[in-house]
Design a protein around this ligand. Structure first.
Ligand SMILES: Cc1cc2nc3c(=O)[nH]c(=O)nc-3n(C[C@H](O)[C@H](O)[C@H](O)COP(=O)(O)OP(=O)(O)OC[C@H]3O[C@@H](n4cnc5c(N)ncnc54)[C@H](O)[C@@H]3O)c2cc1C
Length: 319
């Protein structure tokens, strides 16, 4: 029963069903519910709407894309593009099609016959298929000025994204475990000026870690990290009685992977916590698909978009 309800169209402005009294109520039943409106979810919604499938897009509006001060590795933008601009462009394009978009946090996805019942505060809908594009959240250091430093681009989360911008700069890595050693070694390809700051101090580094760091010429701070301060495009890390000034500070404190809705349905995750998917982005639960950062693979905008497109094409064939 492919449907294409023009009545549920959100409009070119991206008007949101939750935006006010004039907004249309979400449809009770759709071909596909997409949970998450970052690059993965928006691309999947665009494809499915163009395949003439009815789509309900539910998004809590916390895309990682919106945290990017300026990306230089997203193709097509030689001068780079800010995350908020790119997100707005993607939304504007997708919402030209009959996608019903609601700003909401989805609390439940439950099996109903061959399909699913999706629930959020104030609403629910039945879907024949569900795509999870819920992404991840970076765990920030628990100290003041983190947001300011992130916005200024001096606190960073992704060396794959912007290691190139750190070439030959003074770079710090803040971590609380082995991942910090790996991140420091990864960054060594870009710059020889690296200091590793362990939240709990160098006592957390065993002999093997110290040897690998020393062999790569990477310094580490002995004291636990106390605070960070953003000043004139640089970042000062205070540890004990000492301060180290860096051009940028990479945070390797881990990720919160938003896979719990799928796990509750019995979907398998890998050892790192990412949803296991096949070549078509099907999870291990029939009718449940996943794309973007929440699923295994490289956490990148282009990869999220590709995953959304692959999943949407496979979902269309199944519907
Ligand atoms: C600081 C920073 C810089 C980066 N720089 C780059 C870069 O230069 N190049 C690059 O390629 N990548 C970069 N990335 C990574 C990139 O942002 C992500 O790979 C990309 O946004 C992933 O897209 P996604 O659609 O999977 O998830 P997201 O963009 O995170 O979108 C997920 C959406 O799902 C929503 N959601 C989650 N749970 C629910 C729920 N239960 N109900 C409803 N909605 C929900 C969230 O609120 C969010 O809106 C960067 C990331 C950060 C943090």
């Amino acid at each position: 029963m492919p449907t294409h309800p023009a009545s549920s169209r959100s409009g070119a402005s991206g008007a949101d069903a939750s935006a006010g009294p004039a907004a249309a109520a979400p449809p009770a039943e759709v071909d596909a519910v997409i949970i998450g409106g970052g690059p993965a979810g928006l691309t999947a919604a665009l494809y499915l709407a163009r395949f003439r499938r009815s789509v309900l897009l539910l998004d809590a509006a916390q895309s990682r894309l919106s945290k990017i001060p300026r990306s230089h590795n997203y193709p097509g933008f030689a001068e780079g593009v800010t995350g908020t601009d790119l997100l707005a462009m993607l939304r504007e394009q997708t919402l030209r099609y009959p996608v019903h978009a609601v700003t909401a946090y989805v609390d439940t996805v439950e099996r109903r016959g061959d399909g699913f019942e999706v629930g959020w505060a104030g609403g629910s809908a039945r879907a024949r298929q569900v795509l999870l594009a819920t992404g991840v959240t970076d765990i920030p250091p628990a100290m003041p000025y983190v947001l300011e430093a992130l916005r200024a681009g001096v606190l960073r989360y992704c060396p794959v994204c912007d290691g190139y911008e750190a070439i030959d700069q003074a770079v710090g890595v803040i971590a609380d475990g082995e991942a910090g050693v790996g991140e420091a070694l990864y960054l060594r390809h870009f710059t020889p000026h690296i200091t590793l700051f362990m939240e709990q101090g160098a006592a957390a580094l065993d002999e093997g870690a110290r040897r690998r760091l020393a062999e790569a010429g990477i310094a580490w701070a002995d004291e636990p990290i106390d605070s960070i301060r953003h000043w004139e495009e640089r970042i000062t890390v205070r540890h004990g009685q000492r301060e180290t000034v860096c051009d940028s500070l990479y945070c390797a404190l881990g990720l919160d992977i938003h896979a719990s809705l799928a796990r509750r349905l019995g979907a398998r995750t890998n050892d790192d916590g990412y949803l296991v998917i096949d070549d078509h982005h099907a999870t291990t639960v029939p009718g449940l698909w996943a794309a973007g950062d929440v699923s295994q693979g490289l956490n990148q905008i282009t990869v999220a978009m590709a995953g959304g497109a692959i999943a949407a094409a496979a979902m269309h064939r199944r519907l």
